[in-house]
Design a binder for this molecule. Structure first.
Ligand code: FE
Length: 281
């Protein structure tokens, strides 16, 4: 039996300054309560005025115990890391980085031709058994992301499956769904989801009916229990990032760019950074 999920919470993103002075809209952040297990953080960097100063970006910093997912709509992010990887995440591209046991990297946003940057970064937790795993990247070029386009629904499938279209990001422990969904006025989108998954929708354009709750941009909507997600557009279009993932049910201890399971593991991460053993060869 299909049981539509209803919205149990709507979160208004807060402005925060991160890195070397990048203004972000943050809707969730790592918390001891781990309320959105396996999701830890969601940032939207879309509010940089073209007339503003240059964007300073995120100089070299560490990560351990998590995955970071960067999705760019406009502009780009220049990326390079301690393992010698480097590249440009351009419009429509996704970088799914599994930091595992440790990576040091730099992320430098760059304006597009219209002077604007628009994009998102999601943090996904890793289970205890994989927190110290080998770092790994899945670099997804815009042209390799399948698009479901029917009945006023346009869905870019980054991870998960929509109407038989499989997203290119695979072999992630949280078994995630990550979709960029745009509905024209009056269009309706539904997707079966696992009962056991946490489901979030970040609504960043227009408004629509999520379950039976009206949600307007810009908000993070948190779905309650059920095995299907249904969204309907009203008189205007609506666009959102739909995320679902399996919960790990483990305690977490977040500390800046690290999310581990215990305080001792955080101390170890800091000690490794001091000793220069943070990144394993
Ligand atoms: Fe980072």
């Amino acid at each position: 039996m299909l049981n539509n999920r209803t919205i149990k919470e709507i979160i208004e993103p807060q402005y925060v300054l991160e890195g070397a002075g990048v203004l972000l809209r943050r809707s969730i952040a790592p918390m001891l309560s781990n309320r959105f297990d396996p999701f830890l953080l969601f940032d939207h960097f879309a509010f940089n005025d073209p007339a503003d100063d240059p964007i300073r970006g995120f100089p070299m910093h560490p990560h351990r115990g998590i995955e970071t997912v960067t999705y760019i709509l406009k502009g780009s992010v220049n990326h390079r890391d301690s393992l010698g990887n480097a590249g440009l995440i351009g419009p429509g591209d996704v970088q799914w980085m599994t930091a595992g046991g440790g990576i040091l990297h730099e992320e430098m946003p760059r304006r597009g031709p219209d002077g604007i940057i628009d994009g998102f970064q999601l943090w996904v937790n890793l289970p205890a058994a994989q927190k110290m795993s080998r770092p790994r990247y899945q670099e997804v070029g815009t042209e390799t992301i399948p698009v479901f386009d029917k009945n006023g629904c346009r869905v870019r499938v980054v991870a998960g499956t929509v109407a038989g279209l499989h997203g290119p990001v695979t072999e992630i422990t949280a078994n995630p769904v990550y979709l960029d969904v745009r509905l024209e006025a009056r269009a309706r989108f539904s997707l079966p989801v696992s009962e056991a998954h946490t489901v979030l929708a970040y609504v960043f354009d227009g408004q629509g009916l999520f379950g039976n709750t009206e949600v307007s941009s810009v908000r993070m909507a948190v779905f309650g229990d059920g095995n299907q997600v249904e969204v309907r557009a009203n008189d205007s279009q609506v666009r959102f990032i739909l995320m679902a993932g399996a919960t790990f049910g483990e305690p977490i201890v977040p500390y800046g760019p690290f999310v581990m399971n215990t305080q001792e593991e955080i101390q170890q991460a800091l000690a490794d950074l001091r000793d220069g053993t943070f990144v394993r060869k």
